[in-house]
Design a protein around this ligand. Structure first.
Ligand SMILES: Cc1ncc(COP(=O)(O)O)c(C=O)c1O
Length: 365
């Protein structure tokens, strides 16, 4: 076999993979039984009705899905209150990150971000050769500074990405601030992956602004991280355009049926949200009671936690927690965060308590 390196794109060849191999090995091969408090997954599994829908659909697995996703969009329409003409479905909301780049960006275009936020937006932008523009938010509370964002806009800026409720901080952009961004002649993407845990949404603004696209996922509140289903809500013109941009069969038929059942199972969703909010309150209070620890108030299913003891490194804390069977997200070097941070997903109450006890133990040694 000859050398094919001249056929590759060097910026992709040189880029880092999203998940370091060591973490994947730990999670999926070495320690699959450890408490997974690193990825904002749901600890309770999917709705029992969704589970049954998967079993019922198995015998149709050899058939293509309906590529118009009629039934799925009807269910999402009932859930969101928007007609199906406003809805586009995808293989997780991550698929929209790509579609919003390859569908809209021309060479030389830039995308503006307010880090700290969800890193894949920049990792994927690099693949498409777009230019990132950063208007970081400031410590200590990482609130939204729309003045800073507006000042950072250049003639090259084509899109602004706002992750709200924010990952990793857990805060939401106020509507008045978002409106100021929507007044700009740019595509504004609001990632509401954690909407259900906040209970507030910016979706009514879709009726007023034709440049707003809201992306959502069933990976978080519905527990579909492994099944993969995301959707976008926007005006019918942009929805039709985005549908052309998407893959032809982005959602498999088993996931589609499971999603329809999950969206109808409001009792299960209510249970999940109630439990996650309880767990979040517990984690925030328990972590804030520890010296040199600050848990950020969260509208999500995770708690950003800052360690400020002189010798506390987030890397060391994360490694010590792994020894106690708990995997959290270490934010060493995270763009936009200043200090030692980890992000802890709200787990079962037992996992939350074990995690707090392990942190206490690590800090006292
Ligand atoms: C802000 C944000 N958007 C999108 C995603 C990915 O969602 P999905 O699993 O639907 O691709 C995540 C997952 O962590 C996230 O935090």
């Amino acid at each position: 076999m000859g050398d094919v390196s001249h056929l590759l794109k060097s910026h992709i060849q040189e880029g880092k993979p999203y998940n370091p191999t060591a973490i994947l090995r730990l999670l999926y091969q070495e320690r699959p039984e450890y408490a997974r408090l690193m990825g904002n997954e749901l600890p309770y599994g999917i709705s029992p009705q969704a589970r049954q829908a998967i079993i019922d659909e198995i015998d149709n697995a050899h058939l293509y899905p309906d590529s118009s996703y009629y039934e799925l969009k009807q269910a999402l329409s009932t859930y969101t209150g928007f007609p199906d003409t406003h809805i586009v479905v995808g293989n997780g909301s991550t698929q929209f990150i790509d579609a919003l780049y390859y569908g809209f960006l021309n060479p030389g275009d830039a995308v503006l971000f307010a880090p700290p936020d969800y890193a894949p937006y920049r990792i994927r932008l690099d693949i498409y050769g777009g230019t990132p523009q950063l208007a970081p938010r400031s410590p200590p509370d990482y609130g939204w500074s729309v003045d800073h964002l507006i000042e950072s806009v250049t003639p090259e800026t084509k899109e602004i990405v706002i992750v709200s409720p924010n990952n990793p901080v857990g805060n939401c952009i106020p509507e008045s601030e978002l409106r100021r961004l929507l007044e700009l002649d740019l595509l504004v993407v609001v990632d509401e992956a954690y909407y259900e845990f906040a209970g507030t949404t910016h979706k009514p603004l879709i009726h007023e602004y034709s440049n707003l696209i809201i992306t959502r996922t069933l990976a978080k509140a519905f527990g579909f991280a492994g099944l993969r289903l995301g959707y976008a809500i926007t005006n019918p013109g942009l929805a039709a355009y985005l549908t052309k941009v998407m893959h032809h069969f982005p959602v498999n038929r088993i996931t589609a049926k499971a999603a329809i059942a999950a969206l109808e199972d409001t009792a299960y969703l209510d249970f999940v949200i109630r439990e996650i909010k309880k767990g979040r309150e517990y984690l925030e209070a328990a972590l804030n009671s520890l010296p040199n620890v600050k848990a950020y108030p969260s509208n999500t299913n995770f708690v950003l936690t800052k360690f400020s003891a002189p010798d506390a490194s987030s890397y060391d804390i994360t490694q010590q927690l792994i020894k106690a069977g708990i995997i959290v997200r270490d934010y060493t070097g995270k763009t936009g965060l200043d200090g030692q941070f980890v992000r802890i997903t709200v787990g079962t109450q037992k996992q939350n308590e074990t995690c707090v006890a392990a942190i206490k133990h690590v800090l006292s040694h």
